[in-house]
Design a protein around this ligand. Structure first.
Ligand SMILES: [Zn+2]
Length: 190
């Protein structure tokens, strides 16, 4: 699933009640699993000068990079972090790890050949979902518009929040989505 969708979904699901004030932890946890992809892209593109197409078709599947990605998407490690946070009564960190877990649950449902080993290091098993968030041959044509609907609908909900920072997050996700679509259209479509 695309990163802005994670931020919106996690804000709607987790950013309420006692966790209303944990906007930073929830947004951070929603982004964290995808930071591995940012590292991968930045290193391959800037340091090694790998063409973008090769990064996602070949380098992404390199075992070393898969290890990095799996570390950031591991239910056992996230669970361990959550357990420590809970024991220490560190509620912000608990919200952070809960947000990471929710990100991974939603990713699990919409990844196919790019599925993560979510149970690393206990198991290298990957759930190959029948649904892909990007591949039109596997319902990507449906997931894309649904993600957009969730972002627009979610932004409308956040705009009505009494907390200023949540309203800002709603606006930020909306702007990020528009920028992302503009980038995708100008770079990938022809
Ligand atoms: Zn992800």
């Amino acid at each position: 699933m695309n990163t802005p969708t994670h931020v919106m979904l996690n804000a709607l699901v987790l950013g309420r009640g006692r966790w209303l004030s944990h906007w930073l932890a929830i947004s951070g946890g929603a982004v964290a699993p995808d930071l591995s992809m940012v590292f991968l892209f930045a290193y391959e593109r800037v340091v090694r000068g790998t063409p973008e197409r090769v990064i996602w078709s070949t380098r992404y599947f390199d075992p070393d990079w898969q290890l990095v990605v799996d570390l950031f998407n591991s239910f056992p490690l996230i669970g361990l972090g959550a357990l420590v946070a809970w024991r220490l009564r560190a509620t912000a960190w608990l919200a952070f790890f809960a947000s990471m877990a929710l990100h991974c649950v939603t990713d699990l449902l919409v990844h196919r050949e790019d599925a993560h080993a979510h149970f690393f290091p206990l198991s290298s098993w990957r759930f190959i979902s029948p649904v892909s968030y990007w591949d039109p041959r596997h319902y990507g044509w449906l997931v894309g518009p649904l993600e957009l609907l969730l972002i627009v609908g979610g932004a409308l909900v956040l705009f009505r929040s009494e907390t200023r920072v949540w309203r800002r997050i709603g606006r930020g996700v909306l702007v990020a989505t528009v920028v992302f679509i503009a980038f995708a259209v100008t770079n990938w479509a022809f």
